[in-house]
Design a protein around this ligand. Structure first.
Ligand code: ADP
Ligand code: MG
Length: 699
C-alpha cells in the first residue's frame, strides 16, 4: 500500500479544485473559505459540476448533504445525480450549484426541542465550504458527501456544526485582538486546532449478536466480572493480536482515503480496548473527521467479524472509553498561542492567554462539564477511572511555579528547567526531559503546547465541547482586550491583569490525584462545582450567566439553549427507558427461564442422588441458594416493571429525566445484582448469553 497515493483519494481537496476549476472560480472558493460570504450563482454551478464529474469518475451515483443533527451522530439523505432523460432516452447525470449550496431535507423527525413544530417543519442544509466534500464507499455504492450545517426556516441552528462555526469566528476575532496587542499584525485569523483521541472496544460479532443489551443499549446491562480483568496491565500497549491488527490496517486505509490522518494506534488499559488518534486540524474539520472515524470503525469491524463498541461503559468493572479532546489556538501565520517557549516566565503573551483560559474555565466550569456529558458518560466521570466530574486545570510543575511566582510576588523571574534524563547506560543517549510530567487524572491538562480536555465520552461528538471551549475563552479574551486596548502603559496593565486573573482563578488549578476522595472534599472547600450526572448538568445551559455569554457572541440564542435542554432531558429519559425495557426482556425471557431450568436439573439430581443412597447436601444447598437468588431477582423485576409503568405519567421532560435517574436506575441496579450472582453459579452451558469472560478475552 502506498499511503501517499491513497491519502485523501476520496476527498475533493483544494488541490483537486485547483486542477479542475477555472482560476477565477478557484480564487473565489478560497476567498469565501477564508473570509466568508457566498459564491456567486455562476461559480456555484461551476464548482458543482466539477465536484460531480470528479465524484462520478470515482463511481458515485448519489450525493448527500451530510449533517450533524442534535442526536450526536450524522445524518444523510441520498439523492441520485439522475435527471430527466432527453427525447432519445439518454440521461445525463446532473448536479447544480443550487443543489450543492442548499438542501431542504424536510427532516422533521430530528429533535428540535420545541424549536419547530411539525407544521413548520422545514429544515435547511447549507454547504460548509470550510470542510471538504468526500466520497463514502459502502454497500449502498459510492456517495458524494457534502458537509453541511442544518438550520430551521427561521435560522435557528438544529445541529452541532452551526454553533461551532459561530464560536470559531468569535474566538478568531477575540484572539486577534489579543495578539495585535503584542504587535502581531500579520495574522488574519486564529483557528482552534483539535486532535481527538478515540477509544473503542472490539468484540466478536457472533457473541455481540447474542446479547440483546449490546444490541439495544450499546452496553451490557447484566454480566459478572471475568476471572481476569485489567489488573495485570498486560493489555495496555501490548502486542496487537493478528485479528485486531488486520482490522487496524484496514481501518487506517479507509481513513487515509477519507483524508483522516490516522496517526497512532495502540491497545488500551482494558482487555479488548484500543485507541486511535489522528493529527490535529481545524476544530470544524476535526469534528467532521471524528464522526467519520467512529462510523468507519463500526463499518470496518463488520468485515472482520467484529463489532466495535463506542459506548462509554460497555462492561461494568472494566475501564470505559473516552475521547481526549486536544485543543489549542493557532494563527494563520503559524504561531501556536499555547506554546510557552523554553522560558514561559518571559513569554507575556502566553501568560496572558493562560490567565484568560484559567479565568474562562473557572467561571464556566459548569458549562464545560455539561459539554462533555451524555448518557453513557455518567458511568465514567467521577467513577475512579476517568476524570472526576469536577473541572480543574493541571499545569504541571513548571507552569504552576510560574503562576505561583506571579500570584505571590507579582513577577515571575525564572522558569524551572526540564534538564537531562540520565539513562545510565553508556550506549543510550541521555534524553531531554520535559519540564512537566503528566497527570492522567486531570480533566483539563496542559500538555506541552495544548490543553487536553479528557472528559468527553467515546460515543459523543466533540463538537459541543469545542464550541463551549471556544466561547468561554473568547469571552475572557474579549474582557482582557477591552481592558488592555485602552491602557496608558501597556506593560504595566498587562502585568497587572495577568496577576489579577491568576490570583482570582487559581482555585481551579489542581496538580494532585483527581481520583482521590480528598480532592472531592478539597474542591468543595474551594467552591468548585461537582455536577455528578448528565441530568444535573443540563440546567447549566440556561442559567443567566450562560445565556448572557452565548447570546452576546451570537453562538446560541436563549431559545436554542432552552431547546437543547429539552432535548437532553428527553434523550436521557428515552435512553434509560430502553435500557430498563431491555433488562426486563432479558430477565423475563432469558435469565429466569434458564435459572428455572437449572433448578429443575438440581432438583432432579437431588432426587436421583438420594434414591441412589448418597448424600445430597451440596445439591440441596446449591438449589437453595439458586432459588433464593431467583426470588430476589423476581422481586426486583416486579419493582422495575411497576416503576417503569409509572414513568408514562410524567409529561415534563425534566421531571421524567430525574425520575429515570433517581428511581429507574436504582431499580435496574437492584435487578442486576442477583442476576450477576446467579451467572456465577449456574451451569455455564445453561446461561443464555455470552459472559464477560467470553467477550473480552476471545477476540
Ligand atoms: P497522548 O496519548 O500522549 O496524549 P497522542 O499522540 O495519542 O498523545 O495524542 C495527542 C493528540 O493531540 C493528537 O491528536 C495530536 O495531533 C494532538 N495535538 C498535538 N498538538 C496539538 C495542538 N497544538 N493542538 C491540538 N491538538 C494537538
Ligand atoms: Mg492524550
Amino acid at each position: 500500500m502506498n499511503v501517499e497515493e491513497i491519502f485523501a483519494q476520496n476527498v475533493f481537496t483544494l488541490g483537486k479544485m485547483r486542477e479542475r476549476l477555472p482560476r477565477t472560480v478557484y480564487k473565489e472558493v478560497i476567498r469565501v473559505k477564508e473570509e466568508g460570504g457566498e459564491l456567486s450563482k455562476e461559480s456555484a454551478d461551476v464548482v458543482a459540476k466539477a465536484m460531480k464529474d470528479w465524484a462520478v469518475e470515482r463511481g458515485a451515483t448519489h450525493y448527500t448533504h451530510w449533517f450533524q443533527p442534535l442526536t450526536g451522530i450524522t445524518a444523510e439523505k441520498h439523492d441520485s445525480f439522475v435527471s430527466h432523460p432527453d427525447e432519445e432516452g439518454k440521461m445525463i447525470m446532473e448536479f447544480s450549484g443550487k443543489e450543492l449550496i442548499k438542501g431542504e431535507p424536510d427532516a422533521s423527525s430530528f429533535p428540535s426541542g420545541g424549536l419547530r413544530t411539525t407544521f413548520e417543519a422545514r429544515g435547511y442544509t447549507a454547504w460548509d465550504i470550510t470542510s471538504p466534500a468526500f466520497l463514502k464507499e459502502s454497500a449502498t455504492g459510492v456517495i458524494l458527501c457534502i458537509p453541511t450545517a442544518f438550520c430551521s426556516y427561521t435560522g435557528e441552528a438544529l445541529d452541532k456544526k452551526t454553533p461551532l462555526l459561530r464560536s470559531m469566528e468569535v474566538i478568531s476575532e477575540q484572539a486577534l485582538r489579543i495578539i495585535r496587542l503584542f504587535g502581531n499584525t500579520e495574522a488574519t485569523k486564529v483557528y482552534p486546532s483539535v486532535g481527538a483521541e478515540q477509544e473503542y472496544f472490539l468484540i466478536d460479532r457472533d457473541l455481540y449478536l447474542q446479547r440483546k443489551d449490546l444490541i439495544f443499549a450499546g452496553r451490557t446491562l447484566f454480566g459478572a466480572p471475568a476471572p481476569k480483568g485489567q489488573e495485570m496491565e498486560d493489555h495496555y500497549f501490548g502486542v496487537i493480536r493478528e485479528r485486531i491488527g488486520a482490522y487496524m490496517k484496514d481501518l487506517n486505509e479507509e481513513l487515509w482515503k477519507l483524508g483522516v490522518t490516522a496517526k497512532t494506534q495502540h491497545n488500551e488499559v482494558a482487555p479488548a480496548q484500543h485507541e486511535l488518534a489522528p493529527i490535529y486540524e481545524s476544530a470544524n474539520v476535526a469534528g467532521d473527521h471524528n464522526q467519520l472515524v467512529m462510523e468507519t470503525m463500526k463499518r470496518v469491524a463488520h468485515r472482520h467479524g467484529l463489532t466495535c463498541l463506542l459506548h462509554e461503559k460497555p462492561f461494568a468493572g472494566v475501564n470505559g472509553s473516552g475521547k481526549h479532546d486536544n485543543w489549542s489556538l493557532c494563527t494563520d501565520n503559524g504561531v501556536n498561542l499555547l506554546d510557552p517557549g523554553i522560558t514561559p516566565n518571559e513569554n507575556i503573551q502566553f501568560l496572558l492567554v493562560l490567565a484568560c483560559i484559567m479565568r474562562a474555565v473557572d467561571i464556566h466550569a459548569d458549562l464545560l462539564r455539561q459539554s462533555a456529558s451524555d448518557v453513557g458518560n455518567d458511568h465514567r466521570l467521577g467513577a475512579d477511572e476517568a476524570p472526576p466530574a469536577i473541572i480543574s486545570i493541571f499545569l504541571g510543575d513548571q507552569l504552576e511555579d510560574v503562576v505561583s511566582q506571579l500570584v505571590t510576588t507579582g513577577v515571575a523571574t525564572e522558569s524551572k528547567e526540564g534538564g537531562k534524563l540520565m539513562t545510565g547506560v553508556s550506549t543510550l543517549p541521555d534524553l531531554d526531559k520535559d519540564a512537566t510530567d503528566r497527570n492522567r487524572t486531570s480533566p483539563f491538562a496542559f500538555t506541552g503546547n495544548k490543553f487536553e480536555f479528557r472528559m468527553v465520552g467515546s460515543a459523543d461528538s466533540i463538537t459541543a465541547a469545542n464550541t463551549t471551549l471556544n466561547a468561554i475563552v473568547a469571552e475572557s479574551f474579549s474582557e482582557a482586550a477591552d481592558r488592555l486596548e485602552g491602557a496608558e502603559d501597556f506593560d504595566i496593565a498587562v502585568h497587572d491583569l495577568i496577576k489579577e486573573y491568576m490570583t482570582k482563578h487559581q482555585r481551579v488549578i489542581f496538580n494532585g490525584n483527581g481520583y482521590s476522595q480528598e480532592w472531592v472534599e478539597e474542591a468543595e472547600k474551594r467552591g468548585l462545582p461537582n455536577i455528578r450526572s448528565m441530568v444535573e448538568s443540563v440546567a447549566t445551559l440556561t442559567t443567566e450567566k450562560s445565556i448572557r455569554m452565548f447570546e452576546r457572541f451570537h453562538i446560541f440564542t436563549k431559545a436554542e439553549l432552552e431547546s437543547h435542554a429539552e432535548i437532553l432531558y428527553e434523550t436521557y429519559a428515552k435512553s434509560i427507558n430502553i435500557e430498563a425495557l431491555t433488562m426486563i426482556y432479558m430477565a423475563n425471557r432469558q435469565i429466569i427461564p434458564a435459572v428455572v431450568a437449572y433448578t429443575r436439573k438440581l432438583a432432579d439430581a437431588v432426587i436421583a442422588v438420594r434414591t441412589a443412597g448418597a448424600g445430597t447436601k451440596v445439591h440441596e444447598s446449591l438449589l437453595q441458594e439458586t432459588t433464593e437468588l431467583l426470588e430476589e431477582m423476581q422481586h426486583a423485576l416486579e419493582i422495575l416493571e411497576k416503576d417503569e409503568a409509572k414513568a408514562a405519567d410524567y409529561t415534563d421532560n425534566k421531571e421524567k429525566a430525574f425520575y429515570y435517574k433517581d428511581v429507574i436506575r436504582k431499580d435496574m441496579e437492584a435487578l442486576r445484582a442477583p442476576a450477576d450472582r446467579l451467572e456465577q453459579i449456574v451451569d455455564k452451558k445453561m446461561w443464555p448469553f455470552p459472559t464477560y469472560a467470553d467477550m473480552l478475552f476471545e477476540v
